[in-house]
Design a protein around this ligand. Structure first.
Ligand code: SAM
Length: 230
C-alpha cells in the first residue's frame, strides 16, 4: 500500500496535468454534447475537477462517515475519486464512479493504478442514467458532479433503487444552482430528506435520507441553518 503522502503527491500531479487540458467533442459521435458537459459540439471539453479544498472536504467526510459503498456520478479524470479513495482504502470502503468520455477514463484509470487504489475505485464507462437503471448497488454515500439538469432523475432513481440510508453530496449547488433548480426545489420539499448547504468553493449541498449516521449529525449541526443557495 502506498504511503498517504505519496498518494497526495499523485493527486497533485493529476491536478497539474489536467489543469489546462482540453478535448474536443469526439468526431463521428452521435452522443448528446450534454453528456460531455458541453452544450454544443463546438465547445471544448475540460476536466472540470473540483477545487482542492472540496477534495479535502470529501476526504474528511469519507473518513468521518466511513460509508461502505460510495457512488460518484461524473469521474472525469478521477481527481475527486482519488480524494475519496485514499480515505476509503483505510477502512475497506469501495467507490463506483461513472463517466462516459473514454479519454478521461484512461487518465483516471492510470492514476488510480499509480496510487494503488485499483481495489478501492472502479470506473464504469456508461451513461449515468443507464448505470443507475441497471445497478444493484446500495450506495450509502453519493457524490453528484455531472450533468446538472438530470439530477432530479438521478435522485429519484437512487431512492427507488433501495439506497435506504444515504448521504448525497452535490457539487456546484452555489455557482450552477440555476442548472439544477428543479432538483434543489424538490429536495427541499422532500420530507424524508434532511438538507444542508455548505457555502464553500462552488457550494455543496448535503442531503441525507434514511437514518442519519451519528457522525453526520455532528456535521449537520455545524451547518444547521440551511440557506438556500443565493
Ligand atoms: C464536473 S466533471 C466531474 C469532475 C470530477 N468529479 C472531479 O472532480 O474530478 C463532470 C463529468 O461528468 C461526465 N458526464 C456528464 N454527463 C454524463 C452522463 N450523462 N453520463 C456519464 N458521464 C457524464 C462528463 O464527461 C464530465 O467528465
Amino acid at each position: 500500500m502506498k504511503l498517504l503522502q505519496e498518494q497526495l503527491d499523485i493527486i497533485e500531479e493529476l491536478k497539474t496535468l489536467c489543469e489546462n487540458k482540453e478535448w474536443s467533442y469526439p468526431e463521428g459521435s452521435t452522443r448528446d454534447p450534454l453528456d460531455f458537459g458541453i452544450h454544443s459540439k463546438a465547445e471544448v471539453i475540460k476536466s472540470w475537477h473540483i477545487p482542492k479544498t472540496t477534495g479535502q472536504f470529501l476526504f474528511f467526510m469519507v473518513n468521518l462517515i466511513q460509508p461502505k459503498n460510495i457512488l460518484e456520478l461524473g469521474t472525469s479524470v478521477g481527481y475527486s475519486a482519488l480524494w475519496m479513495g485514499i480515505a476509503a482504502q483505510n477502512y475497506g470502503g469501495n467507490i463506483h464512479t461513472v463517466e462516459y468520455f473514454d479519454e478521461k477514463i484512461e487518465i483516471a484509470d492510470s492514476f488510480i493504478k499509480k496510487a494503488e487504489l485499483e481495489k478501492t475505485i472502479v470506473v464504469y464507462k456508461n451513461k449515468i442514467i443507464d448505470f443507475l437503471d441497471t445497478t444493484d448497488g446500495e450506495y450509502d454515500f453519493v457524490f453528484m458532479d455531472a450533468d446538472k439538469g438530470n439530477y432530479l432523475k438521478y435522485y429519484d432513481l437512487l431512492k427507488q433503487k433501495g439506497s435506504q440510508n444515504c448521504l448525497i453530496l452535490v457539487d456546484n449547488a452555489g455557482n450552477f444552482k440555476h442548472r439544477m433548480k428543479d432538483f434543489i426545489d424538490e429536495v427541499q420539499k422532500d420530507d424524508s430528506a434532511s438538507v444542508s448547504f455548505l457555502n464553500m468553493d462552488n457550494g455543496i449541498l448535503l442531503i441525507q435520507f434514511g437514518r442519519i449516521n451519528s457522525n453526520l449529525s455532528v456535521v449537520q449541526n455545524l451547518f444547521k441553518n440551511y440557506q438556500k443557495p443565493e
